[in-house]
Design a protein around this ligand. Structure first.
Ligand SMILES: *Cc1c(COP(=O)(O)O)cnc(C)c1O
Length: 375
């Protein structure tokens, strides 16, 4: 296998390359919405919900306005509010903790597992109090949490799965998003299934919770103009739904492309013979990793990132600061050193390009550049 000999820039993501082969279907989807004039809810949203429920094996799939709003709708449906605590991870995108705080509840951050970056189930069990209302794990970077252990740790507490990065991932117990009270997904353009803007999905196996989420999505109206509860405008656009339907049949192929790129990185890094401990590749512990991100760890992270940038290779740091040390959560009283595994990850992680269209030659170029620097 030979590395890409050029010095052309390598981006983190190339949505234009991804959409090009689907141009006809996506334009047809746009035309359907154009012709129908149905922009809010309607048949495109309903059809997408049915297709995604079937894809995931979920009883209910409810299109919403974003992954963030999926979390908010799920927590609202579980009556999370002021005085409640929700146990979650500090090593995630801000929306996970932000959704809890916006409902007036308190995020209780517990440390992560060093190998997978996901919530450590033993620490979840230890963090339970009388006020704990739910547990909010994140299937980070496209790999499922240890849901069996988490369910045991949560006991009778509902679990809301933040599966924004993990549509299509599985663990031994099944597809993520079908294993807790709710699954929350995002169609932000950088996720494995991305819209042309914002969008999200809530899944559940429970009929009563599904009904609550559906009502919350439309300001709590049931019937229209009569409100027993206060909800919000959490609707998914018909146009986004139609575009996502055109893209969904390609999703499995994209997962496979990401997995092939990840496997090639793994092999090239393993064969490089780097000094022990200089580079850690992602652990693959649970059944099906869909590699929304391929994240390596090294104690020379910042220098490596600068080196790759000089050579035209884009990388990203997910995430540079854990949630428990964000300024907006200062009043929760956490201090540096409280959650050392997450804090150390923030200093060592670097996401390399892994998007499906990347291909072998560019994976080799990225890997060779990383190896040459770390040697
Ligand atoms: C992307 C993401 C979200 C939020 O999704 P949006 O659609 O951007 O609102 C929430 N949690 C995690 C872990 C994410 O990666």
């Amino acid at each position: 296998m030979t590395a890409d000999p050029s010095t052309a820039p390598i981006p983190m993501l190339d949505v234009v390359a991804q959409n090009a082969p689907l141009e006809e279907g996506i334009r047809a989807a746009f035309d359907r919405v154009f012709t129908s004039g149905r922009f809010i809810m309607g048949p495109e949203v309903q059809a997408l919900e049915e297709e995604l429920a079937a894809y995931l094996g979920a009883t209910h799939a409810i299109g919403v306005s974003s992954g963030t709003d999926a979390l908010i709708v799920a927590l609202m449906a579980l009556d999370v509010g002021p005085g409640d605590e929700v146990i979650t991870t500090p090593f995630t995108f801000f929306a996970t903790g932000g959704a809890i705080a916006r409902l007036g509840a308190e995020p209780v951050f517990v440390d992560i597992d060093d190998a997978t970056f996901n919530l450590d189930p033993a620490k979840v069990a230890a963090a339970r109090t009388e006020r704990t209302k739910a547990v909010l794990p994140v299937h980070l970077f496209g790999q499922s949490c240890d849901m069996r252990a988490l369910r045991a740790a949560a006991g009778d507490l509902p679990i809301v799965e933040d599966a924004a990065q993990a549509l299509g991932a599985r663990c031994c117990e099944g597809a993520v998003g079908t294993l807790g009270a709710f699954g929350c997904f995002s169609f932000f353009p950088s996720k494995n299934l991305g819209a042309f803007g914002d969008g999200g999905l809530v899944t559940t196996m429970d009929d009563a919770l599904a009904e609550k989420a559906r009502v919350l999505r439309v300001h709590g109206a049931k019937p229209k103009y009569f409100h027993a509860v206060v909800g919000g405008n959490f609707r998914l656009d018909a146009l986004q739904a139609a575009i996502l339907r055109a893209k969904l049949p390609a999703l499995e192929g994209w997962h496979e492309g990401r997995q092939a790129n990840a496997a090639l990185y793994d092999r090239l890094f393993a064969e490089a013979g780097l000094p022990p401990g200089r580079l850690r590749t992602p652990a693959r512990v649970h059944a099906r990793h869909v590699y929304n991100q391929y994240v390596i760890r090294t104690d020379r992270r910042d220098a490596l990132q600068a080196h790759l940038k000089e050579r035209g290779i884009a990388t990203a740091i997910y995430y540079p600061r854990p949630l428990h040390l964000q300024a907006c959560f200062a009043d929760l009283g956490y201090a540096p050193g409280d959650l050392p595994v997450a804090e150390r990850a923030c200093e060592e992680v670097l996401a390399l390009p892994v998007f499906p269209e990347l291909g072998e030659a560019r994976v080799c170029r990225v890997a060779e550049t990383v190896i040459a620097f770390l040697r």
